[in-house]
Design a protein around this ligand. Sequence first.
Ligand SMILES: [Zn+2]
Ligand SMILES: [Zn+2]
Length: 296
Amino acid sequence: MDLKEHYQKIKKILLGILALNWLVALAKILLGVITRSASITADGFHSLSDGASNIIGLIGIKVASKPKDEDHPYGHRKYETFFSLGIALLLFIIAVNLFREGFNRIFNPVTPTVDIRSFAVMLTTLLINLAVMRYELKKGKALTSDILISDAMHTRADIFITISVILGLVVIKLGAPILDPIITIIISLFIAWSGLKITRQSQAVLVDTAPIVDMKKIVDVVISVKGVKACHKIRTRGRPDDIYLDLHVQVNPDMHMETAHNISYQIENAIKKAIPGICDVVVHMEPKDRCIHSNK
Ligand SMILES: [Zn+2]
Ligand SMILES: [Zn+2]
């Protein structure tokens, strides 16, 4: 299966899940508005934001399959990271609105109607989420797709939120409507938290935080190439699945240029083979013990 076909398959799965997420969101938001339940509406907005995270996946896949070009010599992968910041912003806006709604309702209580419709809609959407999660996990593993697997994990977390809303409905029905705004506030905090998590991961990639901190494996691979005496100044940057690496390698001072050049190629290939995610290696060759760069 070639790369394009592979992405095409993931795209189809994500589109299907996006449609289901938004269907679930629509059902919950409508139900929440009709029955005046803030917690159901909040859960609905959460499902809406899950659709947004499917869109990041789709954009990611779209740019991931776009080749390097003249003005993007390092490729377009970071656009996925950049777009995910937009999704985080959306999550913060939703979180603030829900929090305000929940907070207001504590002081101006609205008693939601809890009837058979509430349970029917919430249980149906719960079943849809369960099916989506299992399907996504299975496909994600079969296609070794990080996007699908992490989205499945997210869906799993959401299932707990929906369960808590359903349990809340039971308690509201039993006569404690105060639980409705409290669950709303808790959901708003969950949404803000996922926005924070996306922001943290994205900024790490955008400011070139080292994706690989443990250099031992890299050093071992480099040293094992015949002719290499030492290596230092190893730097890595980029997304975990799109890592750029550069390093200094020391060889015998009287080594022939052609041999040194061959060694740099061997190093590049050995590193790419040993460590998944590394897509580019730049080797700076120097004679043994004669590094002129001041900082280690
Ligand atoms: Zn979610
Ligand atoms: Zn050096």
